[in-house]
Design a protein around this ligand. Structure first.
Ligand SMILES: Cc1ncc(COP(=O)(O)O)c(C=O)c1O
Length: 435
């Protein structure tokens, strides 16, 4: 694409996106006297998807979304029959393809079948449920833990269960969607504080704490878009002072942060028991799918008997429980994986900075954003990188503000230094020719 074409592409993109924003307050039903309200193609979201598709195809760029991998998407994957260096998977410790993890999974399926076929309260437990929950409880030095079939549903169900209309939820401004959905469902008042700013949280609580009964503060261990971490010690001090619960979402920090990958508490050298609710997913470092909560017995008992996403949903399947158990064991036994991941991420971050690329507040822990401030440019760069054999996803407006549109690299312990250096060289070359 020539610079002029790119400019036109960007202009169209933004026009369409702004029109889309405006249409949120002017739903078709209110504007058009005779809309066909049964026609799914009139949905606002569908219009936006169609716009993105037509702009991408008009610009000769394939959609960067839903790329189909023909093989396991580790540090290397295969797209359209071609090997690519892959930075689009969360398999941070490379365990999703580990032969011991696969063997444990196979064994669990052979013994228990492929589904537990109902909610655990009805269909009963399997030993791997209890084994995984006690391993997670041990990891967080907590009384107990509970596993759900989805990480997203873990946040939604837990938050909606714990707080209600007389309560307040305060979260970091960059918190994950699952926390926002849970907050909405709970009926509690929701407020946010500026990213990673415990002083702003303190001020907010000074102003508003007394109006509410319970207050739940939610932060992430490692932020999934920006790759930075909170100062846990300071958040604990604030939550103690204002008598709140503190919930930490460790989706991206378990297996990544701390000398042996124990997560945010190890990274910040804080006893795990200082946090009221540890939440995490099985889908990243633990090579599976699902989510968990770890904490004190009354918390876990309440969720076990009352959280809708646990009680009214099927129990974790054998092929999800077994790999997570084995991955947790391997995390303990093979700390070199965590060290390799940390070196790789630091190498990629240092290389991006040396190229003069904008990486925001990224601290070099597995997630490296390259902020371009231009959705069209991010889409094109992702496309050109794929042509050069490197798979990295663009993050575009409206998922982030246009000025924050970016490429996001997920690094793994399996990436080689050579793969990282080739990526940097290619990225540098493409950036030089596109500016
Ligand atoms: C911070 C955070 N929490 C929760 C989730 C949901 O987890 P899952 O994808 O395992 O459902 C994600 C997903 O990426 C996440 O980034």
């Amino acid at each position: 694409m020539t610079p002029d074409e790119r400019k036109a592409f960007k202009g169209q993109w933004l026009d369409q996106a702004r029109r889309q924003d405006a249409s949120h307050s002017e739903r078709p039903g209110r504007q058009d006297a005779h809309p066909d309200l049964t026609d799914f193609s009139t949905l606002e979201g569908y219009r936006q998807i169609s716009m993105m598709r037509s702009l991408a195809s008009g610009a000769g760029v394939a959609s960067p979304f839903f790329r189909c991998h023909d093989a396991r998407a580790g540090a290397i994957s295969q797209l359209q029959g071609r090997d690519v260096i892959n930075f689009a998977s969360y398999d941070y410790l490379g365990l999703a393809g580990d032969s011991r993890v696969i063997a444990a999974t196979r064994h669990a399926i052979e013994r228990y079948g492929t589904s537990v076929s109902a909610s655990r309260i009805v269909a009963g437990e399997r030993p791997f449920h209890q084994k995984l929950e006690s391993a997670l409880a041990q990891h967080y030095q907590s009384d107990d833990a509970l596993v759900f079939v989805s990480g997203h549903a873990t946040n939604v169900s837990t938050i909606a269960m714990l707080v209600g209309p007389r309560d307040l939820i305060v979260h970091d401004s960059l918190i994950h969607n699952s926390v926002l959905v849970g907050a909405k469902l709970s009926g509690a008042t929701r407020m946010s504080f500026p990213h990673n700013d415990p002083d702003a949280l303190d001020q907010l609580l000074r102003r508003h704490r007394q109006r509410f009964e319970r207050v739940l503060v939610v932060i992430e261990g490692l932020y999934g878009m920006d790759g930075d971490t909170p100062d846990l010690t300071r958040f604990i001090a604030v939550k103690r002072h204002h008598q709140c619960w503190l919930m930490v979402d460790e989706a991206h920090s378990l297996g990544v942060l701390g000398a042996t990958g124990k997560g945010l508490y190890q990274h910040c050298d804080v006893p795990a028991a200082e946090v009221d609710i540890w939440m995490g997913t099985l889908s990243k470092a633990l090579a599976s799918s699902g989510g968990y909560i770890a904490g004190c017995q009354p918390l876990i008992d309440t969720l076990r008997y009352l959280a809708p996403g646990f009680l009214y949903s099927v129990g974790l399947a054998p092929q999800l429980g077994a790999p997570a158990i084995r991955a947790l064991e391997l995390l303990e036994q093979e700390p070199w994986r965590v060290i390799a991941l940390q070196h790789n991420a630091q190498r990629l971050l240092a290389g991006c900075r040396a190229l003069g690329l904008e990486t925001g507040h990224c601290q070099g822990h597995a997630i490296i954003p390259v902020i371009l401030g231009d959705s069209a440019k991010a889409t094109q760069l992702s496309h050109r990188l794929l042509e050069a054999g490197i798979n990295v996803q663009p993050i575009l407006y409206p998922a982030v503000p246009e000025r924050s549109a970016r490429l996001r690299f997920f690094v793994s312990s399996e990436h080689t230094h050579e793969q990282i250096d080739v990526t940097l060289q290619t990225l540098g070359g493409l950036m030089a020719t596109s500016s």
